[in-house]
Ligand binder design. Structure first.
Ligand code: NAP
Length: 250
């Protein structure tokens, strides 16, 4: 009897030669994702606002033999996002994967929260996802293939006190993810939302009251989740993954 075979076996596993734009790639989950993608053979384009940080990660990857490009980008800025995608196409001539990971948290009760902070949280966690998807999609549509992975948060579905802007932004980004998935699935573009629980990253540096770091996920755990979504056979769409530490949402 012939051994059991897996469907689309050739499509599983490697990201060899795939071009991936990763936002928020200088720290935390984004940096771990860039390292995991490069190790799997992808050409990675690293985007975040702080030039020296993205260039440091790109230099590290190139020293390790990977192909990497740093493009300092604020994902809330239309022209910067357009430049990010243009630069990717100039250098690598295609765009296979977009990981929308950039985001930031600011917390306070509705009464205390400053309107400027509300805008910053909504812009980085929601508008940035829309802008990056909007300008990454034309080359993917032309290729008739592509993948967009939005790293959101359990806060897209669970509410926490003093987190109105963050929860609203992440819930909005989850709705955006679902709309986008429906709009592009006929064109062979797969869209996934990943909702992590607490992860021990610099995200928490300026937040005085935080869960126990020891109990959190590590950024590499989320990176492996993102990678596994991109390693699925072409016939598989993963719409949403919730990933939490063993003790649940902290
Ligand atoms: N840590 C957690 O517990 C946790 C849990 C669930 C979900 N998440 C989500 O996961 C994502 C990554 O979080 P993290 O914990 O890895 O955060 P992090 O360690 O603070 O890293 C955030 C990254 O995003 C970049 N960034 C922030 N605002 C940006 C903007 N406007 N434009 C471009 N880049 C920007 C930062 O670089 P620059 O500041 O230089 O731009 C940095 O590279 C976020 O969307 C976050 O909401 C985090």
């Amino acid at each position: 009897m012939a051994p059991p075979s897996r469907p689309n076996e050739a499509a599983i596993g490697t990201l060899d030669g795939k071009v991936a734009v990763i936002t928020g790639a200088s720290k935390g989950i984004g940096k771990a994702t860039a390292l995991a993608f490069a190790a799997a053979g992808a050409k990675v384009v690293l985007a975040a606002r702080t030039r020296e940080d993205v260039e440091r990660v790109a230099a590290y990857l190139k020293d390790s033999g990977a192909e990497a490009l740093a493009v300092p980008t604020d994902v809330t800025d239309v022209e910067a996002v357009q430049r990010l995608m243009q630069r990717t196409l100039e250098v690598y001539h295609r765009l296979d994967i977009l990981v929308n990971n950039a985001g930031s948290g600011r917390f306070g009760t509705v009464v205390d929260f400053a309107p400027g902070d509300w805008d910053r949280v909504l812009d980085s966690n929601l508008k940035g996802v829309y802008l990056c998807a909007k300008y990454a999609l034309p080359p993917m549509l032309a290729q008739r293939s592509g993948q967009i992975i939005n790293v959101l948060s359990v806060a897209a579905k669970v509410t926490f006190e003093a987190s109105s802007a963050y929860c609203a932004a992440k819930a909005g980004a989850l709705a955006l993810t679902k709309v986008l998935a429906a709009e592009v699935r006929q064109q062979n573009i797969r869209v996934t939302a990943i909702l992590p629980g607490s992860v021990h990253t610099p995200f928490w540096d300026d937040i005085p009251e935080h869960p126990d770091f020891e109990k959190m996920l590590k950024p590499e755990h989320v990176a492996e989740t993102v990678l596994s979504v991109c390693q699925q056979p072409l016939g598989v769409v993963i719409e949403e993954i919730v990933v939490t530490p063993p003790l649940g949402i902290l």
